[in-house]
Design a binder for this molecule. Structure first.
Ligand code: GTP
Ligand code: MG
Length: 602
């Protein structure tokens, strides 16, 4: 039997997980001599590469000495935190990374809590010790405190510590030691991570933790084999979460090595492999022995906390920039997403309207961004948190928020958060004039807060948050304090009119941009909406003043990214998303309609 170790790499966003996995691939000699690979090789999809973050957890395998080490790289961003718990069930040990300066952050707490609860064995890696601001000793203390707070067992508290600069391929067991390579990490994995339980001679039991889709072979279930042996062509029984048993056959068995996947003939207990051939496979299903099928414990899937409505684009400019614009196309695409993305849910809520639920704005933005690249056009509504009843009490999601702000600005931020029902939990000086302040806050109050926070801290503040739990509903919270600048007419914008409008707030569009009545062209500096005419030219006079229009000085407009715009809009507004543009609009395009509906609302 092969010697196997299974580990997951977990941490707060950006603490260096994917970079560390690069190093493990590299230093184990898994990358062939001539194999070309990019930095952060595991972040393989376009949006991951552009944004420099991991969105989907991915697995790989390396060989060290005579061991096969299966490694699952997980996303650190809170919106994708739902992945982590599933992944943790598939491994026997974890590398918990923590930035040697930033220390314990919200998602560090989130993942450590899950890991401890599942009884996993941790190895703590204090990463980025090369940073001039690094304070590894402080961070080690923070980790001990965190483990103690979260009721780690004695065995879990007794974790090995490795100090690393993952980017430079450096690691060591003591800060006083000279820099070494990753040997100490490999050795820690071999020695501290438990050997997988289970027996290759038992009836087959494998659990699917991730789905993938391939145009040729269809749905692929990436699974950990807990018992038994499986070969290509085997008949199996798929034990579904609801107890149903579906007969199936393994048409392909896929193994992992480095960045490659290859067809294999056989795999056995302890390993992580992928199966093709079962169209009905879902996350959490057990691939079991056909004669004696025994399902494994079902998998807890994190429930969504946020919803938005995707709808057919009905703006006056609809259908001009995208190829896929119909309700059917939109529905097909969203349904396709749900096939592999278990963290999201879909519900049809009306003609051409689809409610998509997920864990956060970034998760929804990533889906929307992928769709624009595939030539879709659609609208999205303001994100709403999911409110649910727990034992007769109306509850909403709460988040743990940590901000780092310059000391002199902390007052402003605290006041702002107070109005948003945030409860301050602690405040600590961080050195270099910064303060770290922790809050618990309704998720609802965080929608739209980031933009305000960046303005208040002049772009210097850093904020991080992650889901805690559902708690009783906190009542009304303050939302956007500024109104919108709304176009009263359709046409192409002119510098002359934008010049006068820019005094009234911040513009979101530039000259020669197509607008329509009801489209939002900027943010008003006051709380009410203001209807403006952005296409008015200079009145014609008999005297020709050539070039006068070009001489007008416009302040550069604020380019609204999908995320920023999504955070900004209110209930009566929509985002119009096309492959080329992101437009912000009023739901009701004419002023009359808006007045009529706001009266109805009251
Ligand atoms: N100074 C320094 N920077 C590092 C080190 N390791 C990683 N980084 C940088 O930190 C950033 C984030 O690294 P990633 O490996 O993408 O972090 P991650 O934990 O995988 O991030 P997510 O997957 O998005 O949660 C990158 O810019 C890395 O180059 C290190 O040892 N020292
Ligand atoms: Mg990563």
């Amino acid at each position: 039997m092969q010697k196997i170790r299974n580990i997951a790499v977990i941490a707060h966003v950006d603490h260096g997980k994917t970079t560390l996995v690069d190093g493990l691939l590299e230093q184990s000699g898994t990358f062939g001599d001539h194999e070309q690979h990019d930095e952060r090789a595991m972040d393989s999809n376009d949006i991951e590469r552009e944004r420099g973050i991991t969105i989907l957890s991915k697995n790989t395998a390396i060989t060290y000495k005579d061991h096969k080490i299966n490694i699952i790289d997980t996303p650190g961003h809170a919106d994708f935190g739902g992945e982590v718990e599933r992944v943790l069930k598939m491994v026997d040990g974890v590398l918990v990374l923590v930035d040697a300066y930033e220390g314990v952050m919200p998602q560090t707490k989130f993942v450590v809590k899950k890991m401890l609860a599942l009884g996993k064995k941790p190895i703590v890696v204090i990463n980025k010790i090369d940073k001039p601001s690094a304070e590894p000793d402080r961070v080690v203390d923070e980790m001990f405190d965190l483990f103690a707070d979260m009721d780690a067992t004695d065995d879990q508290q007794d974790f090995p510590i490795i100090y690393a600069a993952a980017r430079d391929g450096i690691a060591k067991l003591d800060m006083a030691d000279p820099d070494g390579d990753f040997t100490c990490i490999f050795e820690a994995i071999i020695n501290a991570v438990p050997v997988p339980e289970g027996d290759a001679a038992n009836p087959l039991q494998a659990q699917v933790f991730t789905l993938d889709y391939d145009n040729y072979v269809g749905k692929i279930g990436i699974s950990r084999i807990f018992n038994g042996t499986v070969s290509k062509g085997d008949n199996i029984m798929l034990a579904k979460a609801d107890g149903e048993m579906v007969k199936g056959k393994i048409s392909k068995l896929i193994g992992f090595h480095g960045l490659n996947r290859m067809e294999i003939e056989q795999a056995e207990a302890g390993d992580i492999v992928a199966f093709a051939g079962m169209e009905t496979v879902d996350v959490g299903d057990t691939v079991a022995d056909p004669v004696n099928p025994v399902a494994l414990d079902p998998m807890h899937i994190e429930e969504p906390t946020l919803t938005v409505v995707f709808a057919v684009n009905d703006s006056p400019l609809a259908g001009q920039e995208g190829k896929h614009v119909t309700s059917n196309k939109l529905r097909e695409r969203l349904e396709f997403e749900m096939r592999t993305n278990v963290a999201m849910k879909l519900e049809v809520v009306g003609e051409g309207k689809f409610k998509v639920s997920g864990r956060g704005e970034l998760q929804i933005t990533v889906l929307a961004e992928n769709m624009r690249r595939e030539d879709f056009e659609f609208s999205i509504s303001r994100p709403e948190v999911i409110v649910k009843e727990i034992e007769g009490v109306k509850c909403e999601p709460y988040e743990h928020l940590v901000i780092d702000v310059p000391e002199d600005l902390s007052g402003t931020v605290i006041e702002r958060l107070g109005k948003r029902k945030a409860e301050m939990k602690s405040m600590l000086p961080m050195g270099s004039g910064f303060q770290r302040i922790e809050f618990e806050i309704p998720a609802r109050a965080l929608i739209g807060f980031r933009g305000q926070f960046l303005t208040d801290t002049k772009g210097e503040g850093v904020m991080n948050h992650s889901f805690i739990e559902f708690r009783p509903f906190s009542g009304g919270v303050e939302s956007r304090s500024y109104g919108a600048l709304v176009s009263m007419t359709a046409g192409s914008t002119l510098a002359f009119s934008l010049f006068s409008i820019q005094d009234r707030g911040v513009l979101y569009i530039g000259v020669q941009t197509e607008v329509y009545e009801g489209m939002i062209v900027g943010e008003h500096s006051r709380s009410n909406d203001l209807v403006v005419n952005p296409i008015k030219g200079k009145a014609q006079s008999n005297v020709r003043s050539s070039g006068a229009d070009e001489a007008i000085k416009l302040i550069p407009y604020r380019d609204m990214s999908l995320e920023r715009a999504l955070e900004w809009i209110e209930d009566d507004e929509l985002l119009e998303v096309t492959p080329k543009s992101i437009r912000i609009r009023k739901k009701f395009l004419t002023e009359n309609e808006r007045k009529r509906h706001s009266r109805k609302g009251k």
